[in-house]
Design a protein around this ligand. Structure first.
Ligand SMILES: Nc1nc2c(ncn2[C@@H]2O[C@H](COP(=O)(O)OP(=O)(O)OP(=O)(O)O)[C@@H](O)[C@H]2O)c(=O)[nH]1
Ligand SMILES: [Mg+2]
Length: 725
């Protein structure tokens, strides 16, 4: 503080001496430069900038003794007076550095390489960071890719080694007897047919089948006794397992237990396309054929775009038809696995296999194991020919398969092919498509993508399908819907007819039996006999009917009785009476049964009798118009029992003495007269208004002499009646 006050005092004095304003700090500070005085801390020297040049010395700690040793001195006060460096800086001892080195030459730089604020190294560092990041990214990516590659390779190899396609023979259960029989039956229809069609084939194939994990599978025996599972074969199995498409028959796996080697694939219930198209019992319309064609095209299109690239053995026996009528192509892939089979077929069989092979492949000494895509298109043309014509490609009655194959191979000036029909139910464009597919030059044949689009257009135009729904199932469903709708209408119609018929039957039943009785019988109940306390019974008979019958033909009699009883029925329908029966010329009517009517039955029966008698007076027999019909009527009243007798032809009958007596009244009466009993007469008298005359007493067998009466008319009865004189 002393030195500071001194310094300020000197500067202030000089400012004032110069006549400057001392209240301006800058003036005072400017007079502080280049000053020297002796202060409390020694000599104080200020340089041009007003900074103090101090005197000091530097000590260094001796690491061995632990004492500080003066190694240099600095005399700031002398700095401006001396000309040589040594005069104001004096090195006493060389400095010893923390590195162990001794001497000024080992002194660390006064400024760090990258500067105190890293200002000299910034650009370099950014560059290094960028480069480091790039290299790290490249390294990391490569490492990830390498790991991925190794992982996939490892996985692939593991999968190859695991052999997930491999099936142990005992994992396949043979179908139990009934299932096997039905499976055999399912096939035998088609297979048997194929045996007939290809009568000259010596070996008949039947697909063996079994159950693998509950699924019905077809087993195909490979004709090889020894075989190594090479890497190529393993790869092929893996490839086949990965193929999944609606129109490619699923490859389930293989039994590999040499000499037993079998391929296992999903079983198709309807057999092969060959079996179906050659079976006359299977009716195929155009839509079915087109659906088959579309299925084969879709399956092949997928196969050609898959890693399998081509089929190489496309033929109708390798197009299977499943339970839903979908075609599924089979026997694809596995070229190395299938190569070298020992076929035991004869010449016929060997050449038959080649009917689907394209001419350029037939000409090759070593045909490609997988075939070619264009070769598949040729095979497809032959399959399509078989579907459309439902016949074999060539007529083997006139030529052998060997001839046919040789002619195709030789490439005649007009290439030898199956003979196409002039028209086709699937549309004539199908024929054009077939021709383009079996072109001699492979490059002129279309690809399956082109075939698919042509077929879609063709089918879309010719047939009712829309291009997006070309499926036989859609077609069948459509047909079923229509059928169901139609069926509903038919059921409705039939129900109405049934109701009408039932009404007719009911009407007939109600005519034959009292409605209460008919209802009971309809309900399946037994009819209990009913007791009636009071009823009136009418009996009538045609006088001389036997004579009339003898003189007439049966038909005339039927006509006559029909006329008469229709007329009678018409009359009785106007009264409260019930017609019980007609037996020949006898006519029986009752009142008060089956519906009781108190004592009204006396009057009802009397009225009916008078009406009938009056009608008879006018009635003319059709074939004997001059003859007067004579009716004998007897009436009686009393209790009776009514019931139904018989099960086959149930009849409503009346029983009791009243019935017998009424019949007797009729039998003992006279022509064109109404003979009534004493009991009945009493009832009539109670009602009154009837004209009744006593007949006197007559002798009735078993009853003795009884009083009887004649009913001759009724008050107010205007209809004509015969004379009772
Ligand atoms: N029902 C039914 N029959 C089949 C099945 N697989 C094959 N078949 C029948 O077995 C017969 C013989 O088949 P394969 O042994 O493959 O003989 P191929 O098809 O004539 O000739 P390649 O395939 O060349 O060996 C076929 O014609 C079919 O009728 C199937 O899943 N279900
Ligand atoms: Mg096959």
């Amino acid at each position: 503080l002393y030195d500071a006050v001194m310094m300020y005092g000197l500067a202030l004095n000089e400012t004032l001496n110069k006549g400057l304003d001392a209240s301006d700090g800058m003036n005072v500070v400017r007079n502080l430069r280049q000053k020297a005085f002796s202060g409390m801390t020694g000599s104080v020297v200020l340089d041009d900038g007003g900074d103090r040049e101090p005197d000091y010395w530097i000590t260094d700690m001796n690491p061995y003794t632990g004492y500080f040793v003066k190694i240099a001195e600095h005399f700031g006060s002398r700095r401006h007076e001396s000309n040589s460096f040594q005069e104001f800086r004096k090195n006493i001892l060389p400095p010893e550095w923390p590195t162990g080195e001794v001497g000024h030459e080992f002194a660390p730089p006064d400024t760090p390489v990258c500067g105190f604020m890293n200002e000299f190294c910034q650009e370099d560092e950014a560059w290094i960071i960028i480069m480091t990041s790039i290299f790290s990214a490249i390294f990391l990516t490569s490492a990830v890719l390498l790991t991925l590659y190794l992982y996939r390779k490892n996985k692939f190899e593991t999968e190859l080694l695991i052999q997930c396609w491999r099936i142990a023979k005992d994992e396949i259960e043979m179908p139990v007897a009934s299932t096997a029989a039905s499976a055999a039956k399912m096939q035998s229809n088609s297979q048997l047919k194929s045996m007939v069609s290809f009568g000259t084939i010596q070996q008949q194939y039947f697909a063996d089948c079994g159950y693998y994990r509950g699924q019905l599978v077809a087993l195909k025996k490979i004709k090889k006794e020894h075989m190594q599972l090479s890497r190529a074969v393993l790869m092929e199995f893996k490839e086949n397992k990965e193929i999944i498409h609606e129109n490619l028959n699923a490859f389930v796996g293989a039994v590999f237990d040499p000499p037993n080697i079998e391929l296992v694939s999903t079983y198709c219930h309807k057999g092969s396309l060959q079996d179906i198209v050659m079976n006359d019992e299977v009716k195929l319309d155009a839509s079915f054929k087109q659906s088959f064609m579309m299925d084969v095209i879709k399956g092949m299109n997928y196969l050609h775009r898959s890693h399998l690239h081509s089929h190489g053995n496309l033929k109708s026996s390798n197009c299977l038809v499943d339970a839903r009528w979908t075609v599924k192509i089979t026997d694809y892939g596995l070229p190395s696995f299938l190569a070298g089979q020992q076929f035991t077929e004869d010449d016929y069989g060997i050449y038959r296999r080649k009917l689907w092979t394209a001419p350029e492949i037939l000409r090759e000494n070593f045909p490609p194991a997988r075939g070619t895509q264009k070769g598949d298109v040729y095979s497809f043309a032959i399959v399509m020919f078989e579907i459309i014509t439902r016949s074999e490609p060539y007529n083997f009655d006139t030529m052998t398969p060997r001839d046919a194959v040789n002619r195709v191979r030789n490439g005649e000036s007009f290439p030898f092919r199956p003979t196409l029909p002039s028209a086709c139910d699937c549309g004539n464009k199908s024929l054009v498509l077939i021709q383009s597919c079996w072109e001699e030059k492979p490059e002129n044949r279309p690809t399956f993508i082109q075939i698919k689009s042509t077929a879609r257009k063709m089918i879309g135009k010719d047939i009712c399908y829309t291009p997006n729904s070309i499926s036989i199932l859609d077609n069948i469903l459509g047909m079923m819907e229509k059928y169901a709708y139609n069926l509903e209408e038919i059921v409705e119609e039939r129900t109405l007819e049934l109701v009408e018929e039932k009404k007719k039957t009911d009407r007939l039943l109600y005519k034959m039996l009292p409605s209460s009785v008919a209802d009971q019988l309809k309900a399946g109940k037994s009819v209990t006999p009913e007791d009636y306390k009071s009823s009136s019974i009418y009996f009538s008979d045609i006088v001389g009917f036997t004579t009339i019958s003898c003189d007439s033909s049966p038909l005339q009699i039927v006509d006559f009785l029909n006329d008469l009883y229709t007329c009678f029925d018409d009359i009785i329908s106007q009264h409260d009476v019930y017609k019980v029966e007609t037996i020949g010329d006898a006519y029986m009517v009752v009142s008060g049964v089956p519906v009781q009517n108190g004592s009204r039955h006396f009057a009802e029966i009397a009225n009916v009798s008078l009406d009938l008698l009056s009608t008879v007076t006018d009635f003319r027999i059709r074939h004997r118009p001059k003859q007067q019909l004579q009716l004998r009527i007897g009436l009686h009243s009393g209790p009776c029992v009514a019931g139904v007798v018989g099960l086959m032809m149930p009849r409503y009958c009346l029983f009791g003495d009243t019935v017998t007596k009424a019949s007797t009244m009729e039998a003992t009466g006279k022509p064109l007269r109404i003979h009534i009993s004493e009991e009945y007469n009493r009832g009539l008298m109670d009602i009154g208004g009837y004209d009744v005359k006593p007949r006197g007493e007559i002798n009735i067998r078993g009853k003795g002499f009884i009083k009887t009466y004649w009913l001759c008319g009724k008050k107010g009865f205007k209809k004509p009646l015969p004379s009772f004189e």
